[in-house]
Every structure is written in structure tokens, then in C-alpha cells.
Design a protein around this ligand. Structure first.
Ligand SMILES: Nc1ncnc2c1ncn2[C@@H]1O[C@H](COP(=O)(O)OP(=O)(O)OP(=O)(O)O)[C@@H](O)[C@H]1O
Ligand SMILES: [Mg+2]
Length: 344
């Protein structure tokens, strides 16, 4: 666990970047620092590994005051990943990963083997190992940065906007891979972003900062979306928070209709009962494939998306074996969404 106790940082020019920050980052979880530009996210992150020294207050990592530790020793247990990866341009990919102090005591062969394994772990083909960073795409460089940070197998990782310099498709991939990796590794992670969508996707806990290094709210993604503490958080979390909040609600209680006609179209199944397409005069062109289905374990966000993108405005539910077992026309969905907010 990482604990901020009354942390304040005032730079020599008088700027107060962080003011009286009290925060706990649970072990083995991802805590996201989110907030507008200049609100003290990076400064807070960098105080954990003493790249910035606090003006007052204490930071404890697993109960130990970081200010009482040798910075070099401290940083060995803390991986650090920044935007644009921060790779050494004149070293090959494999050397970038192999040159972390932790590996330096080993033979050249061992170091290379360890580096190769890490590259694979972060999803980078080892064919890239002998290239230079400039010969890699932004997303690939970012992966090398993560591999390098993991090389010392540190229990704690600090990540400052690690996915923000890449296009949305690559970002999505990197985020997915990062979550998969974290589910195996269970590191204590502090991750900075100013993208609330990224925060909601990655954070077990989200700390929302506001200008002047003040904490506006700390909570799970669901708590923030459903109960923003004030107007600042409400605005920051955004206007489509109602839609985002559907990610946390289960489709289990959604009423479904038996398979049958909807709006002049019927659902065509294959031999084993799996949905194939919609057919009938109600479908433009007479027929259109069923492009997605949901089960009772999915979220209302998925069901809403399916209903909105369906050629007949109807989401199809399937059982565990993929056989169609119910329909949700969009008007039923809207009624359900409205009713769940109404007083009993
Ligand atoms: N070395 C410094 N000297 C003086 N002021 C600084 C210094 N470093 C940061 N600041 C100021 O401290 C405040 C917080 O900066 P910080 O980098 O922590 O913000 P941030 O939340 O990470 O912003 P961004 O989203 O733009 O990265 C800003 O007003 C910044 O200008
Ligand atoms: Mg920053």
C-alpha cells in the first residue's frame, strides 16, 4: 500500500502543485490519478519515487517512509513508465530492456534472455529486438517502455500517461494488454491520465484532482459516475456519464420477449439455434446479419449498444451455448432504464 499523508509540494517559484494530499493506494490494485492539466498529477506521482521531494508530509510505501530510504534503493522497487516511453535512442530495443540496473550483475546471455522474455510478455514480437526505438511505432515503443519498467519485477509501478501518445485503436489494444498483464502480475500501480474514459476503464480506484493539487473525489469508477461529489467532478466525469454508468449494471434483470416477429422481421437461427440474421419486409434489403448478442452476464451498456446498432432496433440474448433465448426491443430497454430510477 502507498499512503500520502498531508503531502504538500510548493516549488521554489511559489507554485503550489500539491496541497495537503491524503490518499491511499491499495496493494495489487490500479489507482488512477485523473484531472485537468496542471493539477499536480505528475508531481504527486514523482514524489512516490523521490524524483520530486515533498515540501511537507509523508509518503509511506508498505509502511516505510520513502524519505528515509536511499533513493537508488527505493527506485529499484518502483518501475516508472512515461509518455513516449523515454527509451535510449542509441540502444537497441533488447538493450533498452536489458540495461536496467537489476539485470546488470548477470551475464550478457542471461540479460538478453530475460529481456526477450519481457518483450514477449508485453506482446512485442522478438523480431523487433535488434531495432532502434526510432524504427518502432509509438505503440511498440510504449510496449518496450513497459517491458523495461517490469525488468526489475518491482512491486510498484508508476505510469505517467503511458498510453496517451498513440492513436485510439492502438491505445485500446495497449489498455487491454495492460489489464491482462496486471491480472497476472497484481502490481501496485499509480497511473496518471487526463482521459476520464481511460480512468474508468483501468482504475480499481480513481482519484480526481482539481487545480491547485486538491483532491476532488476518490472512489471506484462506479461511485464516481453515480455519485459525483460536486459540480466539478460531475462536469469532469462528463455528460455521457449516464451511458458510461450502464457498464456497471447487469443485463440479468432485463425483461426479454420470446423469439418471434419484431417490426416485420423474424430472427433466423442455424441448426443449433444460434442467431444468424434478421429477415422480412421490416429489414432494409430484406435481410441483415445479427452482428452481436448478449448473455445475462453482460452489461446494460452492451445491450444498449446492440439495440441501437441492430437493423431492427432489437438486441438478441443468447444462453451459454450461444443459442438465442430472448429478444429486447429498444422500447422495452428504454422502459427498463427509466423504471429502474423511479421510486418504488
Ligand atoms: N519544477 C517546477 N517548478 C515550478 N512549477 C512547477 C514545476 N513542475 C511543475 N510545476 C507546476 O506545478 C503544477 C502541477 O504540475 P504537474 O506537472 O504535476 O501537473 P499535471 O497534473 O501532471 O499536468 P498535465 O496533465 O499537464 O501533465 C503546474 O502548475 C506546474 O506548472
Ligand atoms: Mg503530467
Amino acid at each position: 500500500m502507498i499512503t500520502f499523508e498531508h503531502i504538500r509540494k510548493q516549488f521554489p517559484d511559489g507554485t503550489v502543485a500539491v496541497d495537503d494530499l491524503d490518499l491511499e493506494l491499495p496493494s495489487g490494485k490500479i489507482t488512477v490519478f485523473v484531472g485537468p492539466s496542471g493539477c499536480g498529477k505528475t508531481t504527486s506521482l514523482r514524489m512516490i519515487n523521490r524524483m520530486v521531494e515533498p515540501t511537507s508530509g509523508r509518503i509511506l510505501v508498505d509502511g516505510e517512509d520513502v524519505l528515509e530510504k536511499d533513493p537508488a534503493v527505493l527506485r529499484r522497487g518502483i518501475g516508472y513508465v512515461i509518455q513516449h516511453a523515454g527509451l535510449f535512442p542509441h540502444r537497441t530495443v533488447v538493450d533498452n530492456v536489458a540495461t536496467v540496473p537489476h539485470l546488470l550483475g548477470r551475464s550478457k546471455k542471461e540479460r538478453r534472455a530475460a529481456a526477450m522474455e519481457l518483450l514477449e510478455r508485453v506482446g512485442l514480437p522478438t523480431a523487433f529486438a535488434d531495432r532502434y526505438p526510432s524504427q518502432l511505432s509509438g505503440g511498440q515503443q510504449q510496449r518496450v517502455g513497459v517491458a523495461r519498467a517490469l525488468a526489475a519485477d518491482p512491486p510498484v509501478m508508476l505510469m505517467d500517461e503511458p498510453f496517451s501518445a498513440v492513436d485510439p485503436v492502438v491505445r485500446d489494444q495497449l489498455q487491454q494488454e495492460f489489464l491482462r498483464l496486471q491480472s497476472e502480475l497484481g502490481k501496485t500501480i499509480a497511473l496518471v491520465t487526463h482521459d476520464i474514459d481511460e480512468a474508468v476503464k483501468l482504475g480499481d480506484t480513481i482519484a480526481v484532482f482539481r487545480a491547485g493539487g486538491h483532491l476532488a473525489q476518490v472512489g471506484t469508477p462506479q461511485e464516481l459516475l453515480e455519485r459525483p461529489a460536486d459540480d466539478f467532478v460531475r462536469d469532469f466525469v462528463g455528460r455521457d456519464r449516464g451511458f458510461r454508468g450502464l457498464s456497471f449494471e447487469s443485463a440479468a434483470s432485463l425483461p426479454v420477449r420470446p423469439l418471434g416477429e419484431v417490426g416485420g422481421a423474424r430472427l433466423v437461427l442455424d441448426d443449433s439455434g444460434r442467431p444468424v440474421c434478421w429477415e422480412g419486409p421490416g429489414v432494409r434489403g430484406g435481410s441483415a446479419p445479427v452482428e452481436g448478442t448478449f448473455t445475462a452476464h453482460d452489461s446494460l451498456r452492451l445491450v444498449t449498444d446492440l439495440a441501437l446498432s441492430s437493423p431492427v432496433a432489437t438486441a438478441v440474448r443468447v444462453d451459454g451455448a450461444g443459442r438465442a433465448d430472448g429478444l429486447v426491443p429498444h422500447h422495452d430497454l428504454v422502459d427498463h432504464l427509466a423504471a429502474r430510477r423511479a421510486p418504488a
